[in-house]
Each structure stands twice: as structure tokens, then as C-alpha cells.
Design a protein around this ligand. Structure first.
Ligand code: ADP
Ligand code: MG
Length: 267
């Protein structure tokens, strides 16, 4: 079981959409995915219909209940979730008081590895660089970074890379690597979006996924229907893009391609 954190401290860049859609696209291919919602807003949890009535990530994180008991099945075959509820915001304070507070999430999730029930565990990260995000980065094998195709796309990315380097250097997670950068909300009809993609590709080269996620209003509709794009508009270009991403993701995983910030590191 590999743990992938979908992270970018900027809000609204497509983290939750990517976590949900990529997880659903992988599940459709028969890959067993556990989506762990690390954002107290709980948007991914709502889309999957997990309300947290038997408990949530909060209870696992503070050590009240085993993570395995907080797993909910979803209406999608091969896709499970540990949901987040608003009380997760309060966990930041409680976790901060614990010894080894950076690695609490890693400890809590590690028994799931031995169960052999999931191939990938995806962490939907919150839009901040707080304790929850640091815990997600410490727990992850790899980070997948969605980047919105806009003028200031790369703003803040340096900071994320710096935090990643700190987590590595602190010894909390020395092997943390970058799975790839994903350009989201691409609109080819503007001059700006293709220029931004070109700039990001120049800068990060093969770290950037070939797959571009198009901007389509279908994404905004999907969560309000409490469904992922794969269910809401299965034949649409959004669903097709995330299926392509799932293929590209698995291809990279098979080849063992991962990156240390900008430089390629095969392992
Ligand atoms: P984050 O989790 O990074 O805050 P979200 O995934 O919640 O970002 O996306 C922010 C908003 O943008 C949501 O309303 C979502 O429906 C919309 N959105 C995400 N991806 C796309 C896309 N490819 N095209 C159009 N709208 C999108
Ligand atoms: Mg989100």
C-alpha cells in the first residue's frame, strides 16, 4: 500500500476534485483505493456520502479509535474512505501537544498497511501549511501537486517544496518524493493557459504529468449531486482526463518514477 498526498497550500486549485476523481478512476480500473480526508471542510467525504456517524479521521488521529474502524465503504466499488468532520480542525491543537506530533498520522495509518486491503491510500490535504498538512507529508510516500493553469500558478510552490525538504531533513520522512505536478482547469481557448503550461513544463520538465485536466463546468456540478465526475458525467472530457491521469499515474508507479523536487530520482 502506497500513500499519496494530494497537496498544495493554495485553496481552489483542484486538490479535492483530483483526489476524488483520480481515486474513482483508479477504482474503476480495479485498483483498491482508500481516500483519507485530511481537510476539516470534509468536501471529499460529503461527495462520497460518508457523514462520519461511527467516527472520523479525528477519532483515529487523537488515538481514540483505530483507523481501520473508521473506514467506510462507498457506493463505488474498490473505493473506501476515512471521512473528515469539522472537529478535525480542533485536532491540530491536540496533536501539537503530542510527542512526535509530526508523525502522528503516519503512526495511526500504518496498521492499515498490514491489512492488505488497499493498493493506494490518497490523502486529500487542507489548504494550509499547518499541523495536518505536515502530518500528511510525513505519512506520505509521494506528493501529487495540482496546479491551476493561471498566471500565478507557481507562486507558493517554492514554499511547498521547502516544507517538503524540511520534512525530509527532519528525519520524519526521509524518502518523501514527488509523484508529479498536475495542471488543472486548463482552458485552451485562452492565450494565457497554454503559456502557463509551457512555462511550468519548461521549469519542471518530466515532473509534470502529460495529462491536462480541462476546465469544465461539469466539475462544479458533480459535488452538488454528491457524486464524483466519473459517476456524474462518465463519458465527458473531465472523466476521460482523470482516466488518462490514472493510466499515467499507474505507468509511473510501475516504472518507479518519482522526483526529488525538480530532479528525477528513480528508485
Ligand atoms: P481544492 O481542494 O484545492 O480547494 P477543489 O477541488 O475543491 O479545490 O476545486 C475548487 C473548485 O473548482 C470547486 O468548485 C471545483 O468544483 C472546481 N473545479 C475543480 N476542478 C475543476 C475543473 N477541472 N474545471 C472546472 N472546475 C473545477
Ligand atoms: Mg479541498
Amino acid at each position: 500500500m502506497k500513500i499519496i498526498a494530494v497537496a498544495n497550500q493554495k485553496g481552489g486549485v483542484g486538490k479535492t476534485t483530483t483526489t476524488l476523481s483520480l481515486s474513482a478512476a483508479l477504482a474503476e480500473k480495479g485498483v483498491r483505493v482508500l481516500l483519507v480526508d485530511v481537510d476539516p471542510q470534509g468536501n471529499a467525504s460529503s461527495a462520497l456520502g460518508a457523514s462520519g456517524e461511527k467516527g472520523s479521521l479525528y477519532h483515529a488521529l487523537i488515538g481514540e479509535k483505530p483507523a481501520a474502524e473508521m473506514v467506510y465503504s462507498t457506493r463505488i466499488e474498490n473505493l473506501w474512505t476515512i471521512p473528515a468532520t469539522l472537529d478535525l480542525a480542533g485536532a491540530e491543537v491536540e496533536v501539537a501537544r503530542m510527542e512526535g506530533h509530526l508523525t502522528q498520522l503516519r503512526r495511526v495509518l500504518s496498521p492499515l498497511k498490514d491489512l492488505g486491503l488497499y493498493d493506494y491510500l490518497f490523502l486529500d490535504c487542507p489548504p494550509s501549511l499547518g499541523i495536518l498538512m505536515s502530518n500528511a507529508l510525513s505519512a506520505a510516500d509521494e506528493i501529487l501537486v495540482p496546479i491551476q493553469c493561471e498566471y500565478y500558478a507557481l507562486e507558493g510552490l517554492g514554499l511547498l517544496m521547502q516544507v517538503t525538504e524540511q520534512i525530509r531533513a527532519s528525519g520524519a520522512n526521509p524518502d518523501l518524493s514527488l509523484c508529479g505536478l498536475l495542471m488543472t482547469m486548463y482552458d485552451g481557448r485562452t492565450n494565457l493557459n497554454p503559456a502557463v503550461v509551457k512555462e511550468v513544463r519548461n521549469h519542471f520538465q518530466e515532473v509534470v504529468f502529460d495529462t491536462l485536466i480541462p476546465r469544465t463546468v461539469r466539475f462544479a456540478e458533480a459535488p452538488s449531486h454528491g457524486r464524483t465526475i466519473i459517476e456524474h458525467d462518465p463519458a465527458g472530457q473531465g472523466a476521460e482526463a482523470y482516466r488518462a491521469l490514472a493510466g499515467e499515474f499507474l505507468e509511473r508507479q510501475k516504472k518507479g518514477v518519482a522526483f526529488v523536487s525538480g530532479a528525477t530520482a528513480h528508485h
